[in-house]
Ligand binder design. Structure first.
Ligand SMILES: *Cc1c(COP(=O)(O)O)cnc(C)c1O
Length: 812
C-alpha cells in the first residue's frame, strides 16, 4: 500500500503537484494528475521491484522468460492501484480534491502493442505470473507506433498512426546500461583455432543497438514486481562500429543506416494472420530474440554457475512461432561465444524452450524464403541448416525411404524455412490453447509430429486475468460478489462457484440485474456521446467485439440483422424484445473483404437506426477503435456474447471468457474454449448452434457443401444476399457489396456462413424467448459468472508453471 489513509494521500499528492509542476493544485489538469499519480505509483513499485530482483538473484530462483512480439497490456494506472491495494484510498482522496479517478484513467494512452487475442493473452499472463509470485518476465518490442487507431468515416475504416509515446510513458524505465548489440547481414568465415576446433566468425555485419525499456509488472500482493522488457532499436553512433569491416565515414550512408535501423522497432504489424513486409518482420523477430537472449545470459552469468545449469535456472517460452529464432540464436550463443559443442548445446536449448501454437489457419503458418534468411542472418541460417540436416537424418532412420513424410516434416523444404516445424523440433513442449484446438493439432494438422514426439504435445486452455476483467472493469459486480460470498474468490477465483447457491435467490438475481443495468446505462451514455443517438437500456445488448476476420463471421451476424429488419418491414407489429447490436472490430489495412464487412455493418446500421418502421426494435452501433480500454467499457454491459466462429477455426478465444465472467450469455459454435464453457454450463445456460468442427473439417477434406443450394433453397438467405447486390433496401451503397456476395456464392462460402444461417436464426429466436423470463435469464447469468473462475489465467499459469516450466512461486 502506497498510502495508509486518505488524508496522507491527499497531502502527499498535493505536495508532489506543487513540487514537480510548480503550480497549485487548482491549476492542475487531468493529464497533470495522471502523470503525478503514475510517478508516485512507479516510485513505490520501484522499491519492491528492486527487492524482488534481489531476492530472485539471491535465491538463484529459476526464471521464465515469455517471448512475444505482442503485449497488449492496456492502461496500467487503475490495475496497478488495484494490485497495490490503493484503489479506494486514491479514488476517495482524488474525489475530495475535485478529480474523478475514472476521468484521470482516461488520460492514460492505451498502448496498442498487440493485434488481439495473442497479445492480450501475453498481458494476462504477465499479471498472473506476478500475482501468483512466479519469477516470470516478458520480452518484447517497444514499438514506437502501436496498432493503428481506427476511425469510421462515412462507414469506412480509416487508419491513423498510433503515436502512443507522444506524452511520454510514466511506467517505463530506459536501461541504457543493459543495452546489447545485434548483428545483421555480412558473411561467415570458417577457421580452425589453435586446438584444432572449427570456429565461425561473422564478418562485415551491420550492428544494431538494442536498448531495453523496462515496465514493472506489479503482482496482486504488491510485493512481487516482475519485468516486462521491451527492446528499442537504435543506431550505433560511430559509423565504423556500425558497419563493422565495411567501415566508412560517408555521412549519407550513415543516415540511411540510421533510418533503416530505427525502422526495426517502429511499427507493429497490423495483420494478425498474414505477414507483409517480410524482411522487416524477420528483422524484428531476430532483433527481439537475440537481444532478449543476450540479456538473459548476462543475468545468468552473474550467478557464477556452469552453462550446464542453464535449464535448471531459465525457461524460455515462445508465444506462437514469431520468436522461434530463439532456438538457433541460443545455439549460436552457446557454441560460438560460450564454446560449447553441438550435442550439449542442443540438449540445453531443447530443455529450455517451450512453444505455444495459436492457430491452424494455414495462411498464418510462418515461412521465410531461404535466401532472405541466409543473407540477413548468415550464421543463424547455417545453424538452422544443421538442425534440419540432423533431424532429417533421424527421420529417415525412423522411417526409411519415407520421402513423403520428410516433405511434410522438414524444417527447410524447397525454398522455405518453416518456423512451426523448427519450433516443434527445437522445444520440449508444444501446447495448444484449448482442448479442441490441441486435439485438432494432434489428430490432424500435426499428426506426424505427434507420432514422432508423443510426449511433446499438451493442452493449456487460455485464460484471462479476473483482476482486470472483473475487479477493475466491473467494480459493482465485484462488490456484490464480496457481499454475497466473501472476498476469498479474489485470490482463488475458482471459488466464484460459491455463487451457484444463490442462482435461484430472487433478491440476489435482482441485484445482479441492477448491476447489469447500471453498466448498460454507462455504455448507453458512451454510445450517445459518440453517435448522438439515445440507446434503450431495456433492450438486449447483443455484442460482437474482436478482430474482423472472415472466420470470426461478423458477416453471419450482420446478415441475421438484415433478416430481422426484413421481417420487421414485412410485419411492423412483430413481437420481439428490442435488441441493440454492438460491434467493435479492426480490420487489417490490406484485408479488403474485412473492410467491406465493416462498411456493410455501418450501412445497415444507418438504414435501420433511421427507419421509423423499426420503432425502437432494433438498433445497431459500430464502436470505433476497439481496444483493451474500450473492451473494459463494453463487456460488463453485454447481455449476449457473440462467439460464432466457423467451428475448428478459433483456437481458443478469450473474449468469450471475459463476457462469461461478466454475466453475459453466449451464443456460440462448438469451437475453441466455447466447448469447455459448454461442458460446465450445459445447454440450458449457453446457446449453441451450427456445424461441429468435425463436420467442417470433413467438408474441407471431402467436399459436399454447395453454398448456392442454400441460396436457392432458403428464401431468407436469398433475400438478404440479393440485397447486397441491389441498391434499394440499404440505401444507395448496394453495388459496393458485390465482393461479399461473390465470396459467399462464387467462392462457395469458405466459412460456412450460409450453412449455419438457419440454425443461427433459430437460436436467436430462443434467446428472445429466454430473455422474456427475467428470473430464468438472471439465473443463467449467475451460473455463467459462477463457473468463470475456471478461466482465470491464474489457473492457466499454474499449469504452465508446474507442467511446462517446472517452477514454483517464490516466497518474498
Ligand atoms: C480479449 C481481446 C481480444 C480477443 O478477443 P477474441 O474474441 O478472443 O478474439 C482482442 N482484442 C482485445 C482488445 C481484447 O481485449
Amino acid at each position: 500500500m502506497l498510502f495508509t489513509d486518505k488524508e496522507r494521500f491527499k497531502a502527499a499528492f498535493t505536495d508532489k503537484i506543487v513540487d514537480q509542476l510548480g503550480k497549485p493544485l487548482e491549476e492542475a489538469s487531468g493529464a497533470d494528475v495522471f502523470n503525478i499519480l503514475g510517478n508516485m505509483v512507479r516510485e513505490q513499485a520501484g522499491r519492491n521491484w528492486a527487492e524482488t530482483n534481489r531476492r530472485y538473484r539471491q535465491g538463484q530462483e529459476k526464471q521464465v522468460y515469455y517471448f512475444s512480439m505482442e503485449f497488449l497490456i492496456g492502461r496500467l494506472l487503475g490495475n496497478n492501484l488495484l494490485n497495490m491495494g490503493d484503489l479506494e484510498v486514491v479514488r476517495d482522496g482524488l474525489e475530495e480534491l475535485g478529480f474523478r479517478l475514472d476521468d484521470i484513467e482516461e488520460e492514460e494512452p492505451d498502448p496498442g502493442l498487440g493485434n488481439g487475442g495473442l497479445g492480450r493473452l501475453a498481458a494476462c499472463f504477465m499479471d498472473s505470473l506476478a500475482s501468483l509470485g512466479y519469477a516470470g518476465h516478458g520480452c518484447g518490442i517497444r514499438y514506437k507506433y502501436g496498432l493503428f487507431e481506427q476511425k469510421i468515416v462515412d462507414g469506412y475504416q480509416v487508419e491513423l498512426p498510433d503515436y502512443w509515446l507522444q506524452k511520454g510513458n510514466v511506467w517505463e524505465v530506459r536501461r541504457e546500461d543493459k543495452s546489447v548489440d545485434v548483428k545483421f547481414w555480412g558473411r561467415v568465415e570458417t577457421d580452425v583455432d589453435s586446438s584444432g576446433e572449427l570456429v565461425f566468425e561473422h564478418k562485415d555485419y551491420e550492428t544494431v543497438r538494442a536498448v531495453p525499456y523496462d515496465i514493472p509488472i506489479i503482482g496482486a500482493d504488491e510485493r512481487h514486481v516482475n519485468t516486462l522488457r521491451n527492446w528499442s532499436a537504435e543506431s550505433v553512433m560511430q559509423p565504423s562500429k556500425a558497419f563493422g569491416m565495411r567501415a566508412g565515414s560517408d555521412y549519407h550512408k550513415f543516415l540511411e543506416y540510421k533510418r533503416s535501423v530505427e525502422s526495426i522497432s517502429e511499427f507493429l504489424y497490423p495483420d494478425d494472420s498474414r505477414y507483409e513486409g517480410k524482411l522487416l518482420r524477420l528483422k524484428q523477430q531476430y532483433f527481439m530474440c537475440s537481444a532478449g537472449l543476450q540479456s538473459i545470459l548476462r543475468t545468468f552469468d552473474k550467478l557464477g554457475l556452469p552453462y550446464t545449469a542453464l535449464p535448471d535456472k531459465v525457461a524460455l517460452h515462445i508465444n506462437d512461432t514469431h520468436p522461434t529464432l530463439v532456438i538457433p540464436e541460443l545455439m549460436r550463443l552457446l557454441m560460438d561465444e560460450k564454446k560449447m559443442g553441438w550435442d550439449q548445446a542442443w540438449d540445453i536449448v531443447t530443455r529450455m524452450v517451450s512453444y505455444t501454437n495459436h492457430t491452424i489457419l494455414s495462411e498464418a503458418l510462418e515461412k521465410w524464403p531461404v535466401p532472405m534468411v541466409r543473407e540477413l542472418l548468415p550464421r543463424v541460417f547455417q545453424i538452422i541448416e544443421e538442425i534440419n540436416a540432423r533431424y532429417c537424418a533421424e527421420l529417415l532412420r525412423r522411417y526409411p525411404g519415407d520421402e513423403g513424410r520428410l516433405a511434410d516434416m522438414a524444417i527447410i523444404y524447397g525454398d522455405q524455412v518453416r518456423m512451426a516445424n523448427l519450433a516443434i523440433v527445437g522445444s520440449h513442449s508444444v501446447n495448444g490453447v484449448a482442448a479442441l484446438h490441441t486435439e485438432i493439432l494432434r489428430k490432424r494438422e500435426m499428426r506426424l509430429f505427434d507420432e514422432m514426439f508423443p510426449d511433446r504435445f499438451n493442452n493449456k486452455t487460455n485464460g484471462i486475468t479476473h483482476r482486470r476483467w472483473l475487479l477493475h472493469a466491473n467494480p459493482q459486480l465485484k462488490d456484490l460478489i464480496d457481499d454475497t460470498i466473501g472476498t476469498r474468490w479474489k485470490t482463488h477465483p475458482q471459488e466464484l462457484i460459491g455463487l451457484i447457491k444463490y442462482c435461484e435467490d430472487a433478491s440476489f438475481q435482482e441485484k445482479i440485474g441492477e448491476v447489469k443495468r447500471a453498466n448498460k446505462l454507462r455504455l448507453a451514455q458512451y454510445i450517445e456521446s459518440r453517435h448522438g443517438v439515445k440507446v434503450n437500456p431495456d433492450s438486449i445488448f447483443d455484442v460482437q467485439v474482436k478482430r474482423l476476420h472472415a472466420y470470426k463471421r461478423q458477416l453471419l451476424n450482420i446478415l441475421h440483422i438484415m433478416h430481422l429488419y426484413n421481417q420487421i418491414k414485412a410485419a411492423p407489429s412483430m413481437d420481439i424484445v428490442p435488441r441493440t447490436f454492438i460491434f467493435g472490430a479492426k480490420a487489417a489495412p490490406s484485408y479488403h473483404l474485412a473492410k467491406r464487412i465493416i462498411k456493410l455493418i455501418n450501412t445497415v446500421a444507418h438504414t435501420v437506426n433511421n427507419d421509423k418502421d423499426v420503432n425502437g426494435k432494433l438498433q445497431i452501433f459500430f464502436l470505433e477503435n476497439y481496444s483493451v480500454s474500450l473492451a473494459e467499457k463494453i463487456i460488463p454491459a453485454a447481455d449476449v456474447s457473440e462467439q460464432i466462429s466457423t467451428a475448428s477455426k478459433e483456437a481458443s478465444g478469450t473474449g468469450n471468457m471475459k463476457f462469461m465472467m461478466n454475466g453475459a450469455l453466449t451464443i456460440g459454435t462448438m469451437d475453441g474454449a466455447n466447448v469447455e464453457m459448454h461442458e460446465m454450463l450445459g445447454n440450458e445456460n449457453m446457446f449453441l448452434f451450427g456445424l461441429s468442427a468435425e463436420q467442417v473439417l470433413d467438408y474441407y477434406q471431402h467436399g459436399g457443401y454447395y453454398a448456392r443450394d442454400i441460396y436457392n433453397g432458403d428464401g431468407r438467405v436469398k433475400e438478404v444476399l440479393d440485397q447486397l447486390m441491389n441498391p434499394g433496401a440499404f440505401c444507395c451503397d448496394g453495388q459496393d457489396f458485390g465482393q461479399i456476395f461473390h465470396s459467399l456464392l462464387d467462392n462457395n462460402d469458405e466459412f460456412f456462413v450460409l450453412k449455419d444461417f438457419a440454425s443461427y436464426v433459430e437460436t436467436h429466436v430462443e434467446i428472445d424467448r429466454a430473455y422474456r423470463n427475467r428470473p430464468e435469464w438472471l439465473k443463467k447469468s449467475i451460473i455463467n459468472i459462477a463457473h468463470s473462475g475456471k478461466f482465470s489465467s491464474d489457473s492457466t499459469i499454474s499449469r504452465y508453471a508446474s507442467e511446462i516450466w517446472n517452477i514454483r512461486p517464490v516466497e518474498l
